[in-house]
Design a protein around this ligand. Structure first.
Ligand SMILES: Nc1ncnc2c1ncn2[C@@H]1O[C@H](COP(=O)(O)OP(=O)(O)OP(=O)(O)O)[C@@H](O)[C@H]1O
Length: 531
């Protein structure tokens, strides 16, 4: 019996190419095929070149991103980050007869990746039933699966239904960075780039929304470097003026600010009278500005137009702040006087913080004292930003960051004792829930001194500058149909504010009657030369 010949294979096998060659495709097909190959080739060239020119760490991130995309569908199913769609589509209802049920469809969020040296940014298009909460709950598993130190998810502010998932491969907090200031005039004073957060995203502080900030931390953990960064960044701008009260020293030529005095329009040492004189002087400047604000700048708050050379942002740094607010106990006259000054200092600084933002003040209070009384709560509560470098205990962290830090154990700065964390600060912001850890760049005192020297000619007393803005008395005269303005003539007031200091007054204007807004005691508030 003849054996039946095997049935022909369904695959064309070796005959495929000749068969294709025999087929006559219209020429357009070849063009389309050629174009597709060209696009594919160009794409391959682009990604290869991109990979080759990247630094070794970005290359590692590119490889990581490849595996994230490749294994995403499996991982998403394993972590239940998918949804099952059982509702038949219109097409299925037409085609499928009543006996059969349509196959449920698994919807997986689609992802796109972007790399940097620290890891991968994953953009996720959500599917119904899978959202931000699910990604946040699974962050630790995602981190394990992707080989990352940390994964965080957030909503994309630019598009609803889209999530931004950050996979950090290299711990940004443990990586020390240095910034060598270039002396360039900052383009936007309302934003201060503090450093990188724990997801290697830029941590930006909106200075315009910050009336005051508290900086705490153990000695040697990075407080001065942070202030160096602030001064080096802002000093090249003629629209910023600085004053310092330093509780660590008696004279301006001692201590951390000795090399930048030329860029300060006022300085006070640890002496309480001296500091009190400086705070009063700034409080009067605030009052003068408040009266002139609407008439001269025609706005309700300085930040609506931003600082100008005539109306500069006044940055007051109060270092070792606890020195000025101590609760002195004792009944002898000297102690009673000190207690009175300290109490007055609290009120003056609290008001400067509370009411200074609109008129262009930024108050920075620094302390290394780890107890709650270091900065009185009256002041701490009106500062909208608090930064704490490493602390010895949770109680010390509470003193700077407030009670809330007890709920966020992994953010507690008392866990940052390792030397890797020098320069890392935990930040609390009024408008945000929780805390943020920021790796701040190191800025040396020498670099800050260099910038201060180079920009010393920009130093000016903001009170002097007000006179150029004060409207002429005629402008303040009663307009027809208007009630006469009560209170002193503003121009005269502003002029009076500077009448005690003639142009070319020498650097040290500490003698009685020499400080324009608040005459200080001999050897007190010092001013850099006005040029
Ligand atoms: N952001 C940073 N990155 C890396 N290292 C830093 C950083 N900030 C500070 N350091 C290192 O720590 C040292 C001490 O820093 P810094 O003077 O800023 O501390 P501090 O908190 O101001 O101390 P103190 O309270 O005694 O003034 C610096 O000399 C530097 O070596």
């Amino acid at each position: 019996m003849p054996t039946p010949s095997p049935s022909p294979s369904p695959s064309p096998g070796p005959d495929l190419l000749p068969t294709l060659a025999r087929l006559r495709f219209p020429p357009i097909t070849w063009y389309v095929l050629g174009a597709a190959l060209l696009v594919l080739l160009s794409w391959l060239i682009v990604i290869t070149v991109r990979y080759l020119v990247a630094d070794p760490e970005t290359r590692a991130s590119i490889r990581q991103a490849f595996w994230i995309r490749r294994r995403w569908h499996r991982l998403a199913r394993a972590l239940s980050l998918v949804t099952t769609d059982r509702v038949p589509t219109l097409g299925q209802t037409i085609v499928i007869d009543g006996q059969r049920r349509p196959e449920p469809k698994i919807l997986t969020p689609s992802i796109r990746t972007k790399c940097d040296p620290y890891g991968v940014h994953v953009t996720v298009n959500t599917v119904p039933g899978v959202g931000l909460d699910d990604f946040q709950k699974n962050a630790a598993y995602l981190a394990d699966a992707w080989g990352c130190v940390r994964v965080g998810a957030d909503k994309d502010p630019d598009k609803r239904g889209r999530l931004l998932v950050r996979a950090v491969r290299i711990e940004p907090l443990a990586r020390k960075t240095t910034w060598v200031p270039d002396g360039k005039v900052p383009t936007d004073l309302s934003r201060w780039h503090l450093g990188l957060d724990e997801y290697a995203r830029p941590a930006v502080l909106h200075v315009a929304d910050v009336p005051g900030m508290v900086v705490g931390g153990l000695p040697g953990k990075g407080k001065s470097a942070l202030i160096n960064a602030l001064i080096s960044r802002l000093a090249p701008s003629r629209t910023v003026q600085f004053a310092v009260a330093d509780g660590k020293v008696k004279k301006a030529h001692e201590g951390d600010y000795a090399d930048i005095t030329d860029r300060l329009f006022a300085f006070a040492g640890a002496d309480l009278e001296e500091a009190n004189a400086l705070f009063k002087r700034l409080a009067r400047l605030r009052d003068e500005r408040s009266e002139l604000l609407r008439q001269t700048l025609k706005v309700r708050g300085m930040w609506e137009v931003g600082p100008t050379p005539e109306w500069p942002l006044v940055v007051l740094v109060i270092d070792e702040a606890h020195t000025f607010f101590r609760d002195f106990k004792g009944s002898d006259p000297a102690t009673r006087r000190r207690a009175e000054l300290a109490r007055e200092n609290v009120i003056l600084v609290e008001e400067l913080v509370k009411m200074g933002r609109n008129t262009g003040f930024l108050i920075v209070l620094i302390t290394q004292k780890p107890t709650g009384d270091a900065i009185p709560t009256a002041i701490r509560d009106v500062c909208s930003v608090a930064l704490s470098f490493a602390q010895r205990s949770t109680e010390a962290a509470v003193a700077t960051l407030g009670e809330n830090i007890r709920q966020w154990k992994d953010m507690d700065p008392s866990t940052m004792q390792h030397s890797d964390y020098v320069g890392v600060a935990v930040m609390a912001r009024d408008s945000h829930e929780g805390f943020l850890r920021v790796r701040t760049p190191y800025v040396s005192a020498d670099d800050t001194a260099r910038i201060a020297r180079a920009t010393a000619h920009l130093t000016a007393d903001p009170a002097d500058l007000l006179t150029s803005l004060a409207p002429a008395p005629s402008a303040l005269a009663t307009a027809p149909g208007q009630a006469p303005e009560s209170g002193p003539d503003l121009r005269t007031k502003a002029a009076r504010a500077v009448s005690t200091s003639s142009p070319g007054t020498p650097a040290d204007l500490t003698g009685p009657g020499s400080t324009p807004l608040a005459p200080a005691s001999p050897g007190s508030t010092q001013r850099a030369p006005r040029r």
